[in-house]
Design a protein around this ligand. Structure first.
Ligand code: TXA
Ligand code: MG
Length: 317
């Protein structure tokens, strides 16, 4: 397998469809982050996708379908709140947790009675999904626990050596415009719960539902809810404002460590779009430490604070 990944990367949707149909694994562009896709009713392909990602097999993955009319084989979309959200937000960065349908492989849900499902908004992946007589299960296309990819080059860097150019592919759809994962809403409980803040602000979801959402409760159900996740190699420190960040930078720098500051609080759309590239860039620059200014907890600020808090959390080992 090549170090450049050039034999994996393609813009040819026909090739991507053929690889999936043959049971291969294909990295797909979405509006949020790149996903690592396998057919959602092919246990062998799903198991291999999990092995490439290094992800525990009991961890569920999101099923991606072409449009709302394709949901029924994979999940039960009840009238009412779930349908309101699906109609208003799809295609887009919202995942609904629903009761699972008959066609979804156990390997996708980790044996749960529920399935996370969404219609992504990326023209290439939508064309691919329309061409498949099925759906794909796709977690983010990074090694488990590490920083999510928002370009095909990120996927090559993370997984290029683990994918097989004869069986797999990386579909290059350019940089992901949203840049952070979908918002996940559990619609199997009342009131619905936010399992993960993401690309659609929870305030927008509450407005659509005319009512408040509950925070996630019960056992940890989403990988993003583990304490440490989305973590670059360098240590991430959080600051409440720029002055505090500069003071922390000075203190760490005085100890002889290479330290940078990341402050995009003036534009949260850009902060979200560039978050993962910024974290990767800190590693590329050889920083030991990165001090990040947290945005306020509103709109996209919820998702940014969630990812940054997890990137800064103590890691096992
Ligand atoms: O934007 C996104 O959601 C991206 C793109 C590729 O679609 N996907 C993504 O997948 O972020 P992943 O696997 O990295 O994160 C999905 C999260 C995990 O935390 C998983 O535990 C949770 O969704 N999840 C999926 N199905 C679930 C289920 N049935 N019950 C509880 N949590 C579930
Ligand atoms: Mg992920």
């Amino acid at each position: 397998m090549s170090a450049t990944g050039s034999d994996l990367v393609t813009t040819d949707i026909d090739r991507a469809v053929a690889r999936l149909d043959a049971g291969g694994v294909v990295a797909i562009p979405t509006e949020t982050v790149y996903g690592l896709a396998a057919l959602a009713d092919r246990p062998d392909a799903i198991r291999r996708m999990y092995a490439i990602k290094g992800r525990p097999t009991d961890h569920p993955s999101i099923v991606h379908v072409a449009d709302v009319d394709h949901v029924h084989e994979w999940a039960v979309l009840p009238d009412g709140r779930a349908t309101i959200l699906a109609t208003a937000c799809w295609p887009g960065p919202l995942t609904l947790l629903l009761a699972r349908g008959p066609r979804v492989a156990d390997e996708v849900t980790g044996g749960r009675p529920t399935v996370g499902i969404r219609v992504p908004a990326h023209p290439m992946t939508n064309a691919l999904l329309r061409r498949l007589d099925g759906a794909v299960a796709a977690p983010s296309a990074n090694r488990f626990g590490q920083v999510s990819p928002t370009t095909a080059a990120h996927v090559v860097a993370d997984l290029g050596d683990l994918l097989d150019p004869e069986r797999d592919a990386i579909l290059d759809g350019g940089p992901c415009p949203v840049g952070i994962e979908s918002t996940i809403i559990d619609c199997t409980v009342a009131p619905p719960q936010v399992l993960r803040p993401g690309g659609i602000p929870t305030e927008d979801v509450e407005r659509l539902l005319d009512g408040a959402l509950a925070p996630a409760a019960g056992p940890v159900r989403a990988a993003g809810m583990l304490a440490s996740h989305y973590a670059p190699r360098c240590r991430v420190h959080l600051a409440t404002d720029r002055a505090a960040a500069d003071a922390t930078q000075q203190r760490i720098g005085a100890a002889g460590r290479a330290v940078g500051v990341l402050d995009r609080t003036d534009d949260l759309v850009a902060a979200t779009r560039h978050l993962y590239a910024d974290l990767r860039d800190a590693d590329r620059r050889g920083l030991d430490d990165l001090v990040v200014v947290l945005p306020p907890p509103a709109g996209l600020g919820h998702a940014l604070r969630d990812r940054l808090t997890k990137a800064a959390a103590d890691r096992p080992g």
